[in-house]
Design a protein around this ligand. Structure first.
Ligand SMILES: [Fe+2]
Length: 508
């Protein structure tokens, strides 16, 4: 069976009625299928990956416990080299602990590099859907990867996840706003609302667990997880809009506890390695190499930052944003990144990060207004980062957050037309946030005229699909015309090819 037919089979199994799951000898103690949240894998290495599932017989149970009993349950798992599971190469039993919301994170090692693997779980007499994942290669084999972000559940159907899955990338890079913390209609899209969040704004561990379960119940999202390993990173909405380090954007008390609860629920619902949650810190800045072809440097631009300057927002005339003492990455992550960039021996270096790095003037005409939550609010550190990147082999920056596709040139001085291009920034639009897109050509022309280093903007929903080889990086900016109804096709609205050696464009 080839990849295409696996996908069909996997889809079919996602929708198998419970009565058609395989019979087993285990005693059945749950009346309902506990695999309602699908399966996932992540953080591949040359010899392994992490496998994830979370048991939830009743995903929308208001207490966030997924309708599960208050005891630990065994979950068997299998890894095979074929989609029929006739050649099982690893198997074992994990414990889905009640205190972890019955999630399991299984870390595999000592597998073969550069190949597909198939996996599934079994618990309480039920079999999970199957997933496909991959180990990374050891050489310069090509890589097809998707980049996605921002999936507000109320704003539209997850057709973009479905289309992304149909393209069967080797890897999915998710750059934040996987879920939103708002209560019903807490953030309304122009196109309205097609679905409704679980009650209330997320404030407690139970709220966050329940919201994640609601999102994970979506079959298009489950499908996207089942076709490839993901590299996930959170931004703000997995906790709260525009939080910064230890500071809530609303100033509400108890933020430390709320953040810890949100991190815990995020970890429980994501294919992250077990060591990533360390007390109240969730470490997501990490490196993942794709053989000698590429290294992903995933950043955390939220957890270690100083508070936004000038009370946040899109504003003019904020001198504090130019204070050289302010940090977005924090001292430890900064050192980690510098070490990783200077020590990298791969052909390409891909920075996966959350917020717009290019300068962006939102004011049409004279004067300038910038978004103080993005890198514009931390401009001196951006200059330092770009200076470091200028010595890195073929750097490319991948970004989420903006809810619009952007293609930009990154420079140490955006106001100087002669300032050399250090790297390109590729910003993915949202999967769903802001609802049906549109294409306002006048608005786009004005935005591009204000920002000559930005060469493409698209306000429609979508994702990026990139093909990386030793010779070039080719990126399709994929768009959908609507998500308020199901079934929109995805189109390539724009394509960029960066030949190796031309990621930076030095002054002639
Ligand atoms: Fe977002």
């Amino acid at each position: 069976m080839d990849r295409r037919s696996f996908l069909t089979a996997a889809t079919a199994s996602l929708f198998l009625p419970a009565s058609q799951t395989l019979p087993t000898s285990a005693s059945r103690t749950l009346r309902a299928d506990p695999f309602t949240l699908g399966v996932a894998s992540g953080d591949p290495s040359a010899d392994g990956f992490v496998l994830w599932t979370r048991l939830a017989a009743d995903p929308l149970s208001p207490d966030g416990r997924g309708g599960m009993p208050g005891r630990d349950l065994d979950v068997e798992w299998q890894v095979a080299t074929d989609e029929r599971f006739s050649s099982i190469v690893r198997s074992g039993t994990a414990t889905a602990r009640s205190r972890d919301a019955h999630s399991v994170h299984v870390e595999l090692t000592a597998l073969e590099p550069g190949r597909d693997y198939f996996y599934r779980f079994k618990s309480e007499g039920r079999l999970s859907p199957e997933g496909r994942t991959r180990t990374t290669p050891t050489g310069e084999q090509p890589l097809t990867f998707a980049v996605a972000a921002c999936a507000h559940y109320e704003h539209g159907y997850y057709t973009a996840y479905r289309r992304l899955a149909e393209q069967e990338p080797d890897l999915v890079v998710f750059l934040g706003d996987y879920m939103y913390e708002y209560g019903p209609s807490g953030y309304t899209a122009l196109a309205g609302r097609v679905r409704t969040h679980t009650p209330g704004k997320c404030a407690t561990l139970a709220d966050y667990r329940l919201r994640h379960a609601q999102y994970k119940s979506d079959h298009d999202l489950q499908h996207a997880h089942a076709v490839a390993p993901w590299l996930v990173a959170f931004d703000d909405h997995e906790v709260e809009n525009n939080w910064a380090g230890s500071v809530s954007s609303t100033g509400a008390p108890g933020f430390a506890e709320r953040r810890a609860d949100a991190f815990r629920a995020y970890y429980e619902n994501m294919p992250l390695r077990r060591g990533s949650l360390r007390g109240a810190v969730l470490r997501i800045n990490r490196r993942v190499s794709w053989g000698s072809l590429a290294r992903f440097h995933l950043l955390d631009t939220r957890q270690f930052r100083d508070d936004q300057a000038c009370l946040d927002g899109v504003r003019a005339g904020c001198d504090d944003r130019l204070d050289t003492g302010r940090t977005l990455l924090g001292a430890d992550q900064w050192r980690w990144l510098e070490d990783g960039l200077s020590g990298s021996d791969t052909r390409w270096n891909l920075l996966g990060q959350q917020i717009l790095m290019a300068q962006r003037d939102y004011k049409v005409g004279p004067g300038r207004e910038v978004n103080l939550d993005s890198w514009d609010g931390y401009a001196p550190e951006r200059t330092r980062l770009l200076s470091s990147l200028s010595g890195t082999s073929n750097p490319v920056v991948l970004t989420g957050d903006a809810h619009m596709h952007h293609q930009a040139d990154l420079k140490t001085d955006f106001d100087d037309p002669d300032s050399p291009v250090i790297a390109r920034e590729l910003v993915t639009s949202s999967i769903a946030s802001d609802g049906d897109g549109y294409r306002d050509r006048t608005w786009i022309a004005e935005a591009l005229a204000e920002n000559p280093h930005i060469s493409y903007i698209d306000q429609r929903r979508g994702y990026l699909m990139a093909r990386l080889t030793r010779d070039d990086l080719s990126v399709d900016f994929r768009t959908l015309d609507y998500i308020s109804r199901k079934g929109a096709p995805a189109k390539t609205a724009h394509r960029l090819t960066i030949p190796v050696g031309e990621a930076a464009e030095h002054r002639r």
